[in-house]
Design a protein around this ligand. Structure first.
Ligand code: E4P
Length: 221
């Protein structure tokens, strides 16, 4: 499973990229708002992210609401850098926009996906990436991982004539990461905090402290 980072924060992206484990970035309007960025700076900010992650897919989300506006905004976003992927929320208008953008060679990440039928339609429309949201399903008392498993199995049952990868999104914990990998998700997009929690383990911390203490004894012997 590949790791994307789910953030629009440049420092977080730089640090995660330095680990050598990063395969892409996903952003959304809420994540951009969290950076304190202004509307006028949005496209420049996406260019900066695309530059930090040269060659890796960077999802920039359209906030347009009609098919024509989504195609226009998607075409503009895709032209910002060769690695920009256009993120569209699954709905009738976005399926039509995905179909048109894919025909132009623009890669689309279909987001806010919560069911297998939504995912199957997204794949048929031409989406390159499909993002089921695990955590938000858990939040309302259902099983996000079970939904992800259905989507992975249903979508990967068929050939669409183009590559389709499932991104486990709305990931909140190392447990989500493990489960997404076991379910066969192609990618997990993980917030920086959860990514750091994936690195940490209490037994690693405890083991390191013991090695340091024992090495101190060796030094002083
Ligand atoms: C996916 O690409 C989204 O940006 C993201 O995973 C949303 O997750 P959230 O539920 O933490 O907002």
């Amino acid at each position: 499973m590949k790791f994307f980072i789910d953030t629009a924060d440049l420092d977080e992206i730089r640090e995660a990229a330095s680990w050598g484990c990063l395969a892409g970035v996903t952003t959304n309007p809420s994540l951009y708002a969290r950076t304190g960025g202004r509307l006028a700076d949005f496209e420049d900010h996406m260019v900066r992210i695309a530059g930090i992650c040269e060659g890796l897919p960077v999802s920039a989300e359209s906030t347009a609401t009609t098919t024509q506006e989504m195609i226009a905004e998607g075409t503009r976003l895709a032209a910002l850098a060769p690695n920009v992927v256009v993120k569209l929320p699954v709905c009738d208008a976005a399926l039509a926009a995905t179909h048109a953008l894919a025909a132009q060679g623009v890669e689309v990440n279909m987001t806010l996906v919560f069911s297998a039928p939504q995912a199957l339609l997204a794949a048929r429309a031409g989406a390159r990436y499909i993002s089921p949201f695990i955590g938000r399903i858990d939040d309302i008392g259902y099983d996000g991982i079970a939904c992800l498993e259905e989507i992975v199995r249903a979508v990967h049952n068929y050939d669409y004539g183009h590559e389709v990868e499932i991104i486990a999104a709305s990931v909140r914990s190392p447990h989500h990461v493990t489960q997404a990998a076991l379910m066969g998700a192609d990618i997990a997009t993980v917030p920086f905090g959860a990514l750091k929690n994936c690195v940490r383990h209490p037994l690693t911390v405890e083991g390191l402290a013991k090695f340091e203490a024992d090495w101190e004894k060796v030094r002083n012997a």
